[in-house]
Ligand binder design. Structure first.
Ligand SMILES: Nc1ncnc2c1ncn2[C@@H]1O[C@H](COP(=O)(O)OP(=O)(O)OP(=O)(O)O)[C@@H](O)[C@H]1O
Ligand SMILES: [Mg+2]
Length: 218
């Protein structure tokens, strides 16, 4: 898959230089589908790795506000796509934490991209604070919200609620299934509350200092 995406980028560059518009359009389709498929493969691999006890943590010192800022920048195109605004609040009582940067980034990216996807002309807020030895991060939106029935199922693999309101319904219903597993891997938890038509709030909490986890030997 990496070769397909890599070579389509090379062909894209050459075709653009030579002004071959029809090839440029086709090659873009190949590289977009390739990236989509790669995301899906990586998500399924992630779930299997965690399920089989083969996921390891890579613990490092993290400045949480810098991490939040990085994720907020990454999600900005999705926020703008549906004319939303992103509010960013990082309390200054947090300081440095010891955690897995990539895993935390993935959790927050998944929650923020959902908030952006299921909200239009609205507000998405991410807020981080320290509560004793725990860090609490809240991702809130004032988008379509969810019913009780939906809320009961959102952490299931491949579950997707009503996609009819979405401009583009890419996605496989794996984001939250992975997010929940990652929260447990980081010795934390995830909670959700929502009201149809009003919006949704996810709260993740994890210890300031996470214990390293090594893969189980079989
Ligand atoms: N912030 C939100 N507001 C409203 N509904 C949400 C929100 N977050 C999740 N959902 C609902 O939960 C379902 C599952 O979310 P999840 O992130 O697992 O899948 P997805 O976003 O549809 O696809 P993927 O994350 O694999 O791209 C969504 O399809 C949607 O119905
Ligand atoms: Mg998602």
């Amino acid at each position: 898959m990496n070769a397909i995406i890599g070579f389509s980028e090379l062909i894209y560059d050459e075709a653009s230089e030579q002004g071959l518009q029809s090839i440029v359009a086709d090659i873009l389709k190949i590289s977009r589908s390739g990236s989509h498929l790669l995301t899906l493969i990586n998500e399924i691999m992630d779930i299997s790795r965690i399920e089989s006890g083969k996921a390891e943590l890579s613990v490092e010192e993290i400045e949480i506000c810098a991490l939040l800022k990085e994720v907020a920048e990454a999600v900005e195109p999705l926020i703008q796509k549906q004319c939303n605004r992103l509010q960013f609040i990082c309390e200054d009582n947090i300081g440095l934490i010891q955690n897995d940067y990539q895993r935390l980034r993935q959790i927050l990216f998944n929650l923020l991209s959902n908030a952006a996807k299921f909200t239009s002309n609205g507000m998405v807020t991410i807020r981080a604070e320290a509560l004793g030895n725990m860090i609490r991060v809240e991702v809130e939106d004032n988008g379509v919200g969810m019913s009780e029935e939906q809320l009961e199922r959102i952490f299931e693999e491949f579950y997707q609620g009503d996609q009819s309101s979405l401009a583009d319904s890419e996605g496989a219903g794996l984001g939250l299934a992975i997010t929940k597993r990652l929260c447990f891997l980081l010795q934390g938890a995830i909670e959700v509350s929502s009201e149809p038509g009003k919006g949704t709030r996810f709260v993740v909490s994890f210890p300031r200092v996470v214990r390293p986890v090594f893969a189980m030997a079989n």
